[in-house]
Unconditional design. Sequence first.
Length: 388
Amino acid sequence: MEGMNALKPRYEQMYLMLREKIQIGDYTVGDRIPSEKELMEEFSVSRITSKKALDMLVQDGYIMRQPGRGSFVIEHAIQEQGEAPPAQDQAAQAIASVRTQQIVLGLIMEDFSDSYGKEMLSEMERTAQALGVYLMLRISFSQPDVEEKAIQMLRQYGVDGLIIYPTRGQNFSPEILKLVIDKFPHVLVDRYLKWTDTTAISSDNVEAARLGVQHLFNYGHRHIGLLASRVTDNVAIEERIEGFVQAHAEGGILLDRSSWLTDMNWTSNDNSSSHLIDKYVKIIQQMLREHPRITALFAMEYELALIAKEAVEKMGLQIPQQISIICFDSPQSTSALYPFTHLEQNEKEIGRLAVNNVLELIQGATLPSKISLQVKLVQGKSTGPAPQ
């Protein structure tokens, strides 16, 4: 590929070379062009790289791929003046026109809020802009079917790679499993896919939970209630509970699982969230009445800490004098927000690494399947010495 711009990605160099051969007539309409395997061997590149070059030719209307037969040159029709292409074709053409200058990444997020996700999203965009990468965002709003359609749509539009903050659910989306099977460049954030080599970036949830429990132990708390959403919905919650258990074992403190609430299936976008909040407030109050020795509550998510605070205050108990509350994540403290003691995840680093790592995967790099980042304990007003 002599004479090509060495700064361009390898797949783009191959795309430009093949496109030129089609344009000058080396390959004419109906001709079969080299396969992924043939290109891989000829140019000493990965199969992903050769596939991406062919995908770009398909996207730009130069070739048609026929399963089991190969890729064939088709007539590259020019849009008649004044004739507007369908909306989906317009979107695909927009990406095609951009991708000759910059890589296009798809980003699918479950949701984001001030407590978690907002800083991650901002850092992804900052990093992408700094690298000259175009980022396309879709939000699934915790709906698996929306996530699946978003993955399908972005792949059809020809994105170079995907960053996915998956929805909660007992199983990963079949579309994510297809990404693994197809070896399509993608990175997961916050959650990871067990038993695969998919690159996932998240906090070290086990160590973070151990840090939070140790903080309570240092204040003299020995009876700690645990609040979590459904464990099977979120591998991060599963890891946090593992850290909670480990900390008790290391401290020689007996665990009382009857003071655990691990089925609080509440999300901020649920239409019945108000009803569920009232329900969980009463459930927490009942647990505290049945376990009067509890002096602290560990909420595995910020929203559950808010529910716990409401439950405790409605019982007439003072925080932290009579009961302490610690949680994961919290919006930046302001005069309008209660400053919980919390475990702060490094959202900016997660966002930066997500963009950088998917770009490395596009170039054919091999990365670790799991990248864990340290979490910081931020002291707020919600924890203090255990009452005597």
